[in-house]
Design a protein around this ligand. Structure first.
Ligand code: GDP
Length: 205
C-alpha cells in the first residue's frame, strides 16, 4: 500500500468522542520507549507525524490519524512508565480499557515489544487481557536492526514459545520491524491493506 496521505485528526481520552466515521481502525500500543512513535512515522513515511518521546509517558491520549482517507491509525499512550502517578495510571487504564472494549471500528491492534527484551510481565498481562476479551491483536517486534538475523530468530521463537507456554493455544501473528532501516514496513502495510479490503467488501455486501 502506498501512503498518499496521513493526517492528524484528533486527540482525546473519551472513546465516545473518537471519530464517528465507520472506517477500519488499527491501534498501536506498547511500553513507553518501545519505539512506537518511530514505527508510526516509518510506516507513514513522515518524520514527525507521531511525536517521538523526549519524555516517555507524556503522550497520554488516544490519537487518531486518518490515512489515505480510508482508514484510521490510532496511537495509544505508552504504558508502564514508572514516573506516572498511581492516580494517572488508573485513569489511563480506564479509558484505554473503554477504548478497546467499545470501539467498534477497531479491526486489529498491534502490541509492540522491543525485540531485545525477554517477555515483560506488563506486556504479558496486557496480551492476556486482550485474549480474555477477544480483542484481536498482532505482535510487532521493534528495533530489529539492533540484533543479528540469527539472534532475531531466536528472540522471536523464545518470545512466542513463552506465550504458547502461557495461556495461548497458538501464538498471535507477528511482524519483525526496524524504524531505522524500514524492515517490516511492506509486510505491515500489506497486512493492513488486506484487512481493509475485507472490511469494505463486507460493508458493501
Ligand atoms: P515510544 O516512546 O514508544 O514512542 O518510542 P520512540 O519512537 O520515541 O523511540 C524510543 C527510542 O528508541 C528513541 O531513542 C528512538 O530513536 C529509538 N528507536 C525507536 N525505534 C528504533 C529502531 O527501529 N531502531 C533503533 N536502533 N532505535 C529505535
Amino acid at each position: 500500500m502506498k501512503i498518499k496521505s496521513a493526517n492528524f485528526v484528533m486527540s482525546n481520552s473519551d472513546v465516545t468522542k473518537c471519530p464517528s466515521e465507520k472506517l477500519p481502525e488499527y491501534a498501536f500500543i506498547g511500553r513507553s520507549n518501545v519505539g512506537k512513535s518511530s514505527l508510526i512515522n516509518m510506516l507513514m513515511d513522515r518524520k514527525h507525524l507521531a511525536k517521538t518521546s523526549g519524555r516517555p509517558g507524556k503522550t497520554q491520549l488516544i490519537n487518531h490519524f486518518k490515512v489515505n482517507e480510508n482508514w484510521f491509525l490510532v496511537d495509544l499512550p505508552g504504558y508502564g512508565y514508572a514516573r506516572v502517578s498511581k492516580k494517572d495510571k488508573n485513569t489511563f487504564q480506564k479509558y484505554i480499557t473503554n477504548y478497546f472494549e467499545q470501539r467498534k471500528q477497531l479491526v486489529c491492534s498491534f502490541v509492540l515489544v522491543d525485540i531485545r527484551h525477554e517477555p515483560q510481565k506488563i506486556d504479558m498481562e496486557f496480551m492476556e487481557w486482550m485474549g480474555e476479551n477477544s480483542i484481536p491483536f498482532c505482535i510487532i517486534f521493534t528495533k530489529a536492526d539492533k540484533l543479528k538475523p540469527k539472534v532475531i530468530e531466536r528472540q522471536v521463537d523464545d518470545y512466542l514459545q513463552e506465550l504458547i507456554d502461557g495461556i495461548w493455544e497458538e501464538a498471535p501473528q507477528h511482524f519483525v520491524t526496524s524504524s531505522s532501516n524500514g524492515t517490516g514496513r511492506d509486510e505491515l502495510l500489506s497486512f493492513i491493506q488486506e484487512i481493509n479490503l475485507q472490511f469494505f467488501k463486507e460493508k458493501k455486501g
